[in-house]
Design a protein around this ligand. Structure first.
Ligand code: ADP
Length: 160
């Protein structure tokens, strides 16, 4: 039986921390669906859905068993529709732990316990890296090259 997992997130934009989690998840599962989800509780994203999908596709093109798309609505429903029983999430700090635990329970209960979550610990190199930090550095004209995949840098700078 093939094992499929889904990694949902805002990915606004995708960072090297996300890529690391996806590379590791792709070793654990036959296929990983990276899903750019629309998160109504977050303020308006910096990058459009199309841009974020494009950034993720370019950044993950080297991993054969990963596909990227987007979805609006309940992630657990989309996961079930794609044949996934597992959601992947990344854990950086204790702050992540609380929100990730809550999100796990939400998806677990709403899916009648069909959807479980596996959290992978962030590599220490990426523990303090977030899409928000990247956007902040970008806004103030700083160098984001240590934080995002090289292939998307020109596209990000173009937007700015
Ligand atoms: P969301 O809006 O769903 O939190 P994000 O794109 O911010 O979307 O994050 C998606 C997932 O990736 C979350 O589980 C988050 O904790 C994890 N993540 C974010 N940045 C990193 C990082 N630097 N290293 C590991 N995991 C990360």
């Amino acid at each position: 039986m093939k094992r499929y997992a889904m990694y949902p997130g805002s990915f606004d934009p995708i960072t090297l921390g996300h890529v690391d989690i996806i590379e590791r998840a792709a070793q654990l599962f036959d296929h990983v669906y990276v899903v750019i989800s629309v998160n109504p509780s977050k303020i308006k994203p910096f990058f459009s859905l199309e841009e974020r999908v494009n950034f993720a596709k370019l950044s993950l093109a080297h991993i054969p068993n990963v596909t990227v798309d987007c979805h609006q609505g309940f992630v657990y429903q989309y996961a079930l529709a794609k044949g996934c029983c597992t959601l992947i999430r990344g854990l950086r700090t204790l702050t992540d732990y609380q929100s990730e635990n809550q999100l796990f329970d939400f998806n677990y209960q709403l899916s009648n316990k069909k959807i479980d979550t596996i959290a992978l610990f962030a590599d220490s190199k990426h523990v303090f890296l977030s899409s928000s930090i990247v956007k902040e550095i970008l806004t103030f004209g700083g160098d984001i090259s240590p934080y995002v995949p090289k292939v998307i840098l020109p596209l990000i700078y173009e937007k700015k």
